[in-house]
Design a protein around this ligand. Structure first.
Ligand SMILES: *Cc1c(COP(=O)(O)O)cnc(C)c1O
Ligand SMILES: [Zn+2]
Length: 397
């Protein structure tokens, strides 16, 4: 075994604190009354790596391997994910009176979205634990990423995707050699069917936040944000929130970095941006509720945001409260206008989920919820190219 230097110690339930070993595949807390998500824990006190040494590491998320769950370097399944650029909105940003607006371009990841991070971590750990077959319910990007990393790892993947998903998402799953199943329903329906099949065939279920290591992959966005801003964090981060792994992961990263002594106490205000057709988190946050209700009013261009009831809703809402953050709900017309503005103004074809952030940013500045001279980061989670089928009727008029 080639020791990765991972400082992983155990998994811990975020609600009841029950501890679990990392030696076998795990999903959620086993306590029937709890069933909350499990969070990987590390021995940061034993860390010998200095942040100044990172510059000699490869420009992928595995540069943070001490704080990732894979123990044997040979089990890391990588396609070059992570360490995506943070760029200023040079043209559109000019109109934001003193506010510095940046975006992190996650479209440059393998399979064109940030889902690559979570699935690189999850598939690597599954390989380490000897998992042979996996299953995933997906709105699109996660299925493509699982299929790609599974192909690389030699693991069989089964992907359950709603019928109303652009063809590019379906085609890549089949191209990567996974089993593809088209479901007449939303991601919750896919989840139920995937779970039933998982139990029947003994497949490992890598559903968002029911599998603990996708979160670890996604938290690397937080590590990168701090490193790329010179071990500082922006004042505000806008995040398109579906299942919530990204927002929870970035927040976890900042706590870990403070424990390492690599950043201080300052935290960004985290803003969850949702699609009006599926805005359970937004509604719950604005009503000061601790959990969200099931909400799905049908199609949205932002597939990744059509999650009627995130499994980790309570944790997402806690991050918003703890960070003194906020939430914004955006409709498809606003998403399209924002997508066009970013494309023609900045030369970048954002995913509809990411474009929602540009509209939300304008809403927040106009209502003074982002003030002058604040540094703002928008997480463009993926690429618009995979959504062309749905976007073309609006782009070519
Ligand atoms: C999955 C997805 C999201 C939602 O991400 P979560 O971290 O699960 O909230 C946002 N944007 C894109 C492009 C996605 O694929
Ligand atoms: Zn528990």
């Amino acid at each position: 075994m080639k020791n990765s230097g991972s400082l992983l110690t155990h998994l811990e339930c975020v609600t009841c604190g029950k501890k679990y070993s990392y030696q076998e595949p795990r999903t959620v807390c086993e306590d029937e009354n709890c069933k909350a998500i499990l969070s990987a824990q590390y021995n940061f006190a034993a860390c010998k790596l200095m942040k100044s040494e990172l510059k000699n590491r490869p420009a992928t998320m595995w540069r943070y391997r001490e704080f990732l769950p894979v123990l044997n370097l040979e089990n890391i399944v990588t396609l070059g994910e992570g360490f995506t650029p943070i760029l200023p909105l040079t043209n559109l940003g000019k109109h934001t009176s003193g506010r510095q607006v940046f975006y992190k371009d996650e479209s440059l990841n393998p399979t064109c979205s940030f889902k690559a991070r979570g699935l690189s971590a999850a598939v690597s750990k599954a390989k380490e634990l000897g998992v042979r077959e996996t299953v995933i319910p997906t709105a699109g990007n996660a299925g493509g990423a699982l299929a790609a990393y599974s192909a690389k790892a030699g693991i069989k993947a089964h992907v359950f995707m709603p019928k109303l998903t652009p063809i590019a998402f379906k085609a890549e799953v089949e191209l990567f050699g996974a089993e593809f199943r088209e479901i007449d329903g939303n991601i919750s329906d896919c989840g139920k069917l995937a779970n039933a099949e998982a139990v029947k065939h003994n497949w490992f279920d890598v559903s968002t936040l029911k599998e603990p290591y996708r979160l670890e992959g996604k938290k690397t966005m937080g590590y990168e944000i701090a490193e790329q801003f010179g071990w500082d964090v922006p004042d505000v981060i806008l995040y398109p929130t579906g299942g919530g792994t990204g927002i929870i992961g970035i927040w976890k990263a900042f706590d870990e970095l403070e424990e390492l002594g690599w950043i201080g106490k300052k935290r960004p205000r985290m803003v969850a941006v949702q699609s009006e057709n599926c805005n359970g988190i937004h509604t719950a946050f604005q009503n000061k509720e601790l959990s969200s209700a099931f909400k799905d009013n049908g199609f949205t261009l932002a597939n990744g945001l059509r999650v009627p009831k995130p499994y980790a809703d309570k944790v997402i809402l806690k991050v918003l409260r703890d960070s003194n953050g906020n939430s914004v709900s955006v409709n498809d017309d606003e998403i399209l206008a924002a997508l066009r503005e970013i494309a023609s103004g900045e030369g970048s074809f954002w995913t509809p989920e990411g474009a929602a952030l540009w509209h939300a940013f304008k809403v927040l500045t106009q209502s003074n919820r982002i003030t002058a001279n604040e540094k703002v980061l928008l997480l463009n989670t993926g690429s618009g190219y995979k959504y062309l089928e749905n976007l073309l009727p609006y782009i070519r008029r």
